[in-house]
Design a protein around this ligand. Structure first.
Ligand SMILES: *[C@@H]1O[C@H](CO)[C@@H](O)[C@H](O)[C@H]1NC(C)=O
Ligand SMILES: *[C@@H]1O[C@H](CO)[C@@H](O)[C@H](O)[C@H]1NC(C)=O
Ligand SMILES: *[C@@H]1O[C@H](CO)[C@@H](O)[C@H](O)[C@H]1NC(C)=O
Length: 355
């Protein structure tokens, strides 16, 4: 007797897991949102990549309001950086809440190498001072390091180094990760392995995160996620080998998020959520098994047109919502179309990867 197993398999593989999405904001085209971070008060921080200066850092104060309604919320400019066309990754200091490190500068062109620096963006209140009006929303922006003069070629994703007043900065061209000390501005090489290398003109290491004692990163050129053990200073652990966590069903891996924190399951409670930019998808990755699943967007769809990065909400209202930012499909037009970059909230509540 023949078992009719084929139709069943055919059906199973066509099931498309799609999480519920809400549009939070959209900029007029053209607008490339390159990265996102979330303040402890829940406000989103959005970085802009432009073709010509200046570039602006934006905020979106109450993103969860758009989740409970069908309305979008306009982002507000926070700080404009003259002579800058690229604002890239940013991360909060592990030791000083509401102090962020942001990297950016001038992108390399065919004729010139780039010029990049690191700034702090400090939202902490100033000590009270007579006659000085304090503003809650206006951060103080200070350059803390020249990156280009230290050998950094193209800074990209930024991650907090837990327990230290430092961040790790991915370098997509040099194929390595640098450690930037927030207090001193010292820039040191942290990890350089072949799995971070750029290849054939495509960026190498792009997003970077520390989970426990492991450093995770995406490599854009290989469309894969890797990890290696690191010590407290962010250096590769002696004798620890790089592992490939997953190869993605995509041709490009952009930045990613880990979380939501505290949920039972994979990776000690966390999953990886990778934005694929030119493939217009968000891919969930189980760090234990390497299993991948497209959870939002699709090739040929504007739903997530050119997703570049993602971050979880930090309030009770949105801690299981993942905010995904896009470049509007500028890198690879979707059926010939582009649009303004946007922020889309992805509902991850109840999500579990299929076996
Ligand atoms: C949002 O829009 C959808 C579809 O248009 C509709 O079904 C839903 O009731 C709306 N929700 C609210 C809160 O307005
Ligand atoms: C770069 O150099 C080429 C050849 O010298 C020149 O034609 C081109 O205009 C330059 N581009 C810019 C942006 O300066
Ligand atoms: C990703 O996008 C490229 C072209 O942009 C396409 O050739 C490829 O099939 C896509 N991959 C998937 C899994 O959709």
């Amino acid at each position: 007797m023949q078992i009719p197993i084929l139709p069943f398999f055919a059906l199973a593989t066509t099931v498309q897991a799609t999480l519920h999405l809400k549009l939070v904001t959209q900029f007029p085209a053209p607008f490339w949102i390159e990265n996102i971070a979330v303040r402890r008060n829940g406000a989103l921080l959005l970085t802009q990549l432009t073709t010509s200066p200046p570039a602006t850092l934006y905020t979106l104060p109450y993103p969860w309001l758009s989740i409970s309604s069908n309305s979008t919320i306009p982002a507000k400019p926070l700080h404009t950086f003259p002579n800058t066309n690229a604002l890239l990754g940013l991360a909060e200091s592990p030791l000083h809440p509401d102090l962020f490190v942001l990297v950016g500068g001038v992108n390399p062109t065919a004729n010139s190498s780039g010029s990049f620096v690191a700034w702090t963006v400090d939202f902490r209140p100033l000590p009270p001072s007579p006659g000085l009006a304090t503003s809650e929303t206006q951060p103080r922006v200070t350059q803390i390091a020249s990156l280009s003069s230290k050998g950094v070629l193209l800074p990209n994703g930024v991650a907090a180094l837990p327990g230290r007043n430092a961040v790790l900065v991915a370098d997509s061209l040099a194929g390595c990760i640098w450690r930037v000390d927030i207090a001193t501005g010292a820039v040191q090489l942290a990890v350089k392995v072949p799995e971070m290398a750029a290849s054939k003109g495509a960026a190498g290491v792009n997003g970077v995160r520390v989970v426990g004692e492991k450093l995770y990163w995406t490599n854009s050129a290989t469309a894969a996620v890797y990890r290696v053990g690191i010590d407290a200073e962010g250096k590769q652990k002696e004798g620890d080998m790089v592992e490939k966590v997953a190869s993605l069903p995509a041709i490009f891996a952009d930045d990613f998020a880990v979380g939501p924190t505290g949920r039972k399951g994979e990776l000690g409670g966390d999953l990886l959520w990778v934005a694929t930019n030119v493939n217009n998808t968000l891919i969930a990755v189980n760090g234990q098994t390497g299993k991948t699943e497209v959870v939002a967007g699709a090739t040929g769809s504007l739903e997530l047109a050119g997703p570049t990065a993602a971050a979880f909400g930090r309030t009770e209202k949105d801690k299981e919502w993942l905010y995904v930012v896009t470049c509007g499909g500028v890198k690879a037009p979707v059926n010939g179309l582009t649009e303004g970059g946007k922020v889309v909230a992805v509902d991850t509540r109840g999500f579990a990867m299929r076996d």
